[in-house]
Write a protein that binds this ligand. Sequence first.
Ligand code: ATP
Ligand code: MG
Ligand code: FE
Length: 352
Amino acid sequence: MRILGIESSCDETGVAVVEASASGVPRLLGAALHSQVAMHRDYGGVVPELASRDHIRRVLPLTEAALAQAGVSLHAIDAVAYTRGPGLAGALLVGAGVAHAMALALGVPVVGVHHLEGHLLSPFLSADPPAFPFVALLVSGGHTQLMRVDGVGRYTLLGETIDDAAGEAFDKSAKVLGLGYPGGPALSRLAQQGDPAAFALPRPLLHSGDLDFSFAGLKTAVLTQARKLGPALEARKADLAAATEAAIVDVLVHKALAALRATGLTRLVVAGGVGANRRLRERLAQAAQRDGWRVHYPEVALCTDNGAMIALAAAMRWQVGAGSAADAPGAFDVLPRWPLEAVALDGARATA
Ligand code: ATP
Ligand code: MG
Ligand code: FE
């Protein structure tokens, strides 16, 4: 079974081909990706209309590139998957429309995939795939959630952010520090030259006793600190970046450990763009070694949005017998807001 996956929920156009047999971890055959980050940079954020138009321009050339890398022709594709949500409506419609048109032309099934299920399952394409059950820490530009994952389609939300996402906290703080957009990676690079203890920033909800997060106040604290420094900010930028990163990472690590304790599980999967953060990885590795549990990540290239995770999620759902989730031909819709629990499979068995 060869599945072509299309991702277009936000500012990355991704297409990939995955091969799956009835059991075992699916294999990535080929992938192509275009990030629109440079295009949106001048605006300090994603401009939805520009994003949709660019997806239209990119999706077919990227499809050709992914198929070429996979060494298969379009006619060798057995099913087409696309990101149905959550995301920007206009951007999602591009992937949905193209996927449906392709599937109709090829006479194969087409299936809408939940973007976060893609992120969540993406570590299965890594050299060190996890086994079920595990705790997932999903930390991206739009989401911060802790989940208990017992198998494909068996997700229990343990906690989530009540305001900003962790990636948003990185990006908004980076903006305050004048580090451009999206500033998460730049802030993290600068932080390496700074002293994380130089400023005392809040760790919101650290001791709330639940597994929820809150990052909106942190961004305000960074802004207040930056204003207080005034012209001195320039010389203290690395310190403030380091303190900001430390505050975000402290909370993420603290809550991830609490989730492992609460569930009694010994595997943690970290997915989403913030999972690329070095400090987060170092702190989790230390804790894992100390307490005897394992942490799994997607390959770095699959931490942010991509087509491979969409094809993979479709493949793994097919493996657990969720193939009936295919859309009716030509009848597609997108779901800009879509809770992950909505794609739960009743009684799905855990595989892999
Ligand atoms: P969602 O999946 O919730 O819709 P998204 O797809 O936009 O959101 P991702 O592409 O998974 O999010 O991740 C992008 C986020 O990851 C951005 O906020 C970016 O700043 C952040 N990020 C990427 N690399 C790093 C890093 N090294 N340190 C901190 N943050 C990072
Ligand atoms: Mg993105
Ligand atoms: Fe994403």
